[in-house]
Design a binder for this molecule. Structure first.
Ligand code: GLN
Length: 235
């Protein structure tokens, strides 16, 4: 039996800090056949409760957590939503950090991260350099529609350090050699980096997707389209 897609889905974009408005505009451009996509800003647990799926934008992961903790009931509701494997969630840059299980590169141990979602994923903050080292890299991402390269944009971006555990993870895009940041130091609190994952910048675990880069600044809505179609609607 095939399950037909729902008539409409409500996708929340966490709107506490960072690049959230762009995600709303990009989601509005994704209109799969038979389903109306409604994108809303999320700032309260009540707004989150209206959502079938959630985008956590880029920005500053520590600031996003701090603001969420100040809004009554929001942080526990976010953690419950994001860590539930049946909930579709897409984290970009700071959002990826928040969905990781372990995070290095912060000023204090435990800075940012651990809302859940990407099980066994360890990331390293700011490994692709500071604000002034922001860069773009056109990449062919085979899971997207069309063969033209996607212009990935990296701003103080996190790198994938390693993956542990049994959860199946698809690496959907990796930077070519030369674009890749220095590997995390071996004596990092996260332990040995996984060299095979060096440069991985787009990963999926079931209904969860993370990217180190900012797709909402590229002018190209194909990553949002991929996430909505595959992870939200299961097409
Ligand atoms: N460096 C930021 C952090 O640690 C993320 C940067 C971004 O989202 N563009 O949260």
């Amino acid at each position: 039996m095939t399950v037909s897609p729902p008539e409409s889905v409500t996708i929340g974009v966490l709107a506490l800090q960072g690049a959230f408005i762009e995600h709303i505009h990009y989601l509005e451009r994704v209109q799969p056949q038979g389903t109306t996509v409604k994108a809303i800003a999320v700032r309260t647990p009540e707004e989150l409760a209206l959502c079938d799926a959630l985008v956590i934008p880029g920005g500053e992961s520590t600031a996003i957590t701090r603001v969420a903790a100040r809004t009554h009931g929001l942080l526990p509701a976010l953690i419950e939503f994001v860590s539930n494997p049946s909930r579709p969630v897409y984290g970009t840059c700071a959002g990826m950090i928040l969905m990781a299980d372990d995070v290095g590169g912060g000023k204090r141990k435990g800075d940012g991260g651990r809302w859940g979602g990407m099980r066994g994923l360890k990331v390293w903050r700011n490994l692709y350099g500071g604000q002034l080292e922001s860069f773009e890299c056109p990449m062919v991402i085979p899971c997207l529609k069309g063969s033209e390269p996607f212009n990935t944009i990296f701003i103080r971006a996190p790198a994938v350090h390693s993956l542990t555990g049994e959860v199946e993870t698809e690496v959907l895009a990796a930077l070519p050699e030369g674009c890749v940041a220095a590997p995390p130091p071996n004596d990092s609190p996260l332990g040995e980096p996984d060299v095979q994952l060096t440069g991985a910048v787009m990963l999926r675990q079931g209904r969860k997707l993370v990217t180190s880069f900012h797709p909402e600044l590229s002018g190209d809505a194909r990553i949002h389209e991929y996430w909505v179609e595959k992870c939200v609607l299961g097409l």
